[in-house]
Design a protein around this ligand. Structure first.
Ligand code: ADP
Length: 412
């Protein structure tokens, strides 16, 4: 009887022990991941220890994965290009900030939405569906004007895709400029070449029918045209040397007064007494720069004033300097320029009046060259002009350019 009672009591105790530990295990399982396991004795201690080890391993693994995922997202976010991940069904899984901007999607609102609901351009939809991703797609954004994207889809994993987008607007603009430039140069050279060809043909066909004076006139006209081509090619070579970053000629300490006086003398020769010219020099300082380049820039502005000022007009050129820097200026009361053209004057081949520019031997490259030279000297070009009233072109040099550098050779 006592023995039976003792067995029953033992069984009850053992049952209570197991039930209690089982209950603690269940309670622990409900706690957040990472909660330490309760302590126990006997077999349960071993069970708890094993469970604890496994739980810790799983927790560590999850932590490592979370850190790796975060790092991966940070890296995708930091990419200079747009990155968008698509799930198997082409729904958006993740986008970085750049891709949000490129495609106009939102990283919270649009997650899980089919990408073609948001990026609807037929070019993109076709590219996505055709599954031929060897080449990238060039897409003109319909959200941001002037934005051109290069889009490349890269399939990976189980039907997932990575969509990379790069802003190539600047490259596209450069390509358009290059095409325009080639077209302009061809056009500029073709016109004088056609004229020279025409004269030669006329002379060949009827050499015996012409008087000596006629022949001389034709030859002189042909010579003018060949000069025009030569000027154009010289300007193109100068521009190309400046644009391809050819090293700037050695800088020297030059006397601005002497430089400006030389330009003035050249302007007098060009005008040939058709204009009233005057010269004003205040503060005959020294400037640090390339004589050859600055002479070319100043002479360009001076010759423009002569060429775009009708006979009898007045032209002033001058130099002045103070504590803030120096200024070279050319003022004329010539034909002037309408305000809409002023911002474009330094573009290659931009001319307000093509005919007048050509008649006076212009190539349309002068101010483009001036701008490059000034940039090399940290100087700025300012234009104030009114149609029919005249223009003032000025070049402002920073104070640092006026500093005396005794070690450098002086040119006067
Ligand atoms: P171009 O060889 O045609 O003179 P530039 O680049 O030197 O080329 O000048 C560009 C255009 O700017 C000229 O074609 C002309 O229309 C305008 N321009 C430049 N200087 C003057 C000026 N002093 N007065 C009026 N128009 C000017």
């Amino acid at each position: 009887m006592w023995a039976a009672l003792a067995v029953i009591a033992g069984l009850l105790l053992a049952g209570w022990y197991h039930l209690r530990n089982l209950y603690r295990l269940v309670q622990w399982a409900r706690e957040p991941v990472g909660t330490p396991l309760p302590r126990a004795s006997g077999t349960w201690d071993k069970v708890f220890a094993d469970m604890s080890r496994r739980s810790r391993m799983a927790y560590d693994m999850r932590e490592r994965l979370a850190v790796a995922l975060e790092r991966f997202r940070d890296a995708s976010q930091a990419m200079p290009d747009g990155v968008m991940y698509l799930a198997e069904s082409d729904t958006i899984e993740w986008v970085n900030l750049k891709a949000e901007h490129h495609f106009g999607v939102d990283h919270e609102r649009d997650i899980g939405a089919p990408v073609t609901n948001l990026v609807r351009q037929p070019g993109f939809v076709q590219y996505l569906q055709a599954q031929k991703y060897d080449e990238a797609l060039v897409l003109t954004s319909n959200r941001h004007s002037g934005l051109t994207l290069q889009v490349q889809i890269i399939p990976f994993g189980d039907g997932q895709k990575m969509v990379l987008s790069r802003d190539i607007s600047q490259l596209e603009r450069l390509e358009t400029m290059r095409r325009d430039f080639v077209a302009n140069v061809s056009h500029e050279l073709r016109t004088p070449l056609t004229v020279v060809g025409g004269f030669l043909e006329t002379l060949i066909d009827g050499l015996d029918d012409f008087e000596r004076d006629d022949i001389l006139r034709y030859l002189r006209l042909a010579h003018d045209q060949s000069d025009r081509m030569r000027y154009l090619i010289e300007d193109l070579l100068t521009l190309s040397a400046l644009e391809t970053g050819a090293p700037a000629p050695a800088e020297e300490r030059l006397s601005v007064g002497a430089l400006v006086r030389n330009v003035y003398t050249e302007m007098e020769a060009l005008s040939g007494g058709r204009h009233t010219l005057s010269l004003q020099i205040e503060g005959d300082g020294m400037l640090l720069g390339s004589y050859k380049e600055l002479h070319s820039a100043f002479a360009n502005l001076g010759s423009n004033a002569v060429r775009y000022t009708p006979d009898g007009g007045r032209i002033e050129i001058g130099w002045r300097q103070d504590d803030s820097g120096g200024e070279f200026w050319v003022r004329d009361d010539g034909i002037g320029i309408d305000a809409q053209h002023i911002p474009r004057l330094t573009e290659r081949f931009y001319r307000v009046d093509r005919g007048r520019s050509r008649e006076t031997g212009g190539t349309g490259l002068g101010l483009a060259i001036v701008k490059h030279i000034l940039t090399r000297h940290q100087a700025e070009l300012h234009v104030v002009s009114r149609l029919g009233e005249g223009s003032r072109f000025s070049v402002r040099f920073p104070r640092a350019r006026l500093m005396q550098q005794k070690a450098l050779p002086v040119r006067s």
